[in-house]
Write a protein that binds this ligand. Structure first.
Ligand code: C2E
Ligand code: MG
Ligand code: MG
Ligand code: MG
Length: 291
């Protein structure tokens, strides 16, 4: 990396900004055609009930493979989709595909919950509830089987409108989760006022919790907080057996992370559901059962 000092440094900095702007423009341009060209796929990451090691849900995660750009991470293209308004179309595509997949698993004998990420902006619009209602009807998905994951930022843009939309979604019977909890500015009183029944603790809270007692205490207090508010709690980013053991000890309800399973194809999920012991750490969980 070139040092940014003197005139030359400014010029290099300028070039970097231009390169970034160019990349964004390129990503946006290709993203417009991503749905129609069939470049998007979903992978599914299992959520595991930590008590018994049972897979109870999967989170749908978007993957984009473009001929020119190759694989682009959602961490890069989701913000660009939000700024360009493309996110509405993407979110709708994901909701529809995820519900179709839930229907396939159901037909194959496994009724598990499907969690879908919904962008901040989308929660501000009544279109979302109407769309979700239509998809539930078209795919025959039971509303309780669908869980929408929202981030705090989503709700804070316009609290009143967001609350209206959350209540409308709850009215359909759809479940809601607050995603990436612990990274934002949530206050206790605010959390209490939300019609949300699941808290997902960001993986930054779990990181180093097994090494630093203070971090462990913070994590434990969030688990207790969620449960006190009558919510179920999910720990994200479980990467080691020690982290899993700690969360089970704390009584955390559900877990998700590379140690349990990476995001995988629908076929691989089906495989896990029918022979779960092959993939999960049977030593830690004892006898692991599928639903
Ligand atoms: P998220 O909803 O918090 O999803 C969890 C992210 O953490 C995923 O990254 C997942 O692959 C990753 N992850 C899971 N377990 C572990 C672990 O043990 N260790 C580590 N280091 N990472 C783990 P991914 O798929 O790259 O997605 C990043 C973010 O992009 C998501 O964060 C979500 O905010 C957004 N996103 C992904 N798919 C969609 C989508 O369909 N719609 C919308 N609106 N946003 C999406
Ligand atoms: Mg999520
Ligand atoms: Mg998350
Ligand atoms: Mg996250």
């Amino acid at each position: 990396r070139v040092k940014r000092n003197g005139r030359g440094g400014t010029a290099v900095f300028q070039l970097e900004i231009e390169a970034e702007a160019l990349r964004r423009a390129l990503v946006e341009q290709h993203l417009q055609e991503a749905v129609s060209r069939g470049e998007l796929t979903l992978v599914y990451q299992p959520l595991v009930a930590l008590g018994e090691g049972r897979i109870t849900a999967c989170e749908a995660l978007l993957r984009w493979n473009n001929a020119e750009l190759g694989f682009v991470s959602p961490a890069e293209f989701i913000p660009i989709a939000e700024q360009s308004g493309l996110i509405y179309g993407l979110d709708e595509w994901v909701i529809l595909e995820a519900c179709k997949q839930a229907a396939r698993w159901r037909i194959q004998g496994y009724q598990i919950e499907m969690a879908v990420n919904v962008s901040a902006l989308h929660v501000q619009s009544p279109e979302l509830t109407l769309f979700v209602q239509r998809v539930l009807e078209e795919t025959g998905t039971r509303p309780e089987q669908l869980r929408l994951e929202l981030t705090e930022g989503a709700l804070m843009l316009d609290m009143e409108e967001a609350l209206r939309q959350l209540h409308a979604l709850r009215g359909l019977g759809v479940q809601l989760a607050l995603d990436d909890f612990g990274t934002g500015y949530s206050s206790l009183s605010w959390l209490q006022s939300l019609p949300i029944e699941q808290l997902k603790l960001d993986r930054s809270l779990l990181e180093h919790a097994t090494e630093e007692p203070r971090r462990e205490l913070v994590l434990a207090s969030f688990v207790t907080l969620a449960q006190t508010l009558g919510m179920t709690v999910v720990a994200e980013g479980i990467e080691t057996p020690a982290q899993l053991a700690l969360l089970r000890h704390m009584g955390c309800d559900f877990g998700q992370g590379y140690f349990l399973s990476r995001p995988i194809t629908p076929e691989a999920v089906l495989n896990l559901l029918s022979r779960p012991g092959d993939h999960m750490d049977a030593q830690v969980f004892g006898q692991i059962r599928s639903p």
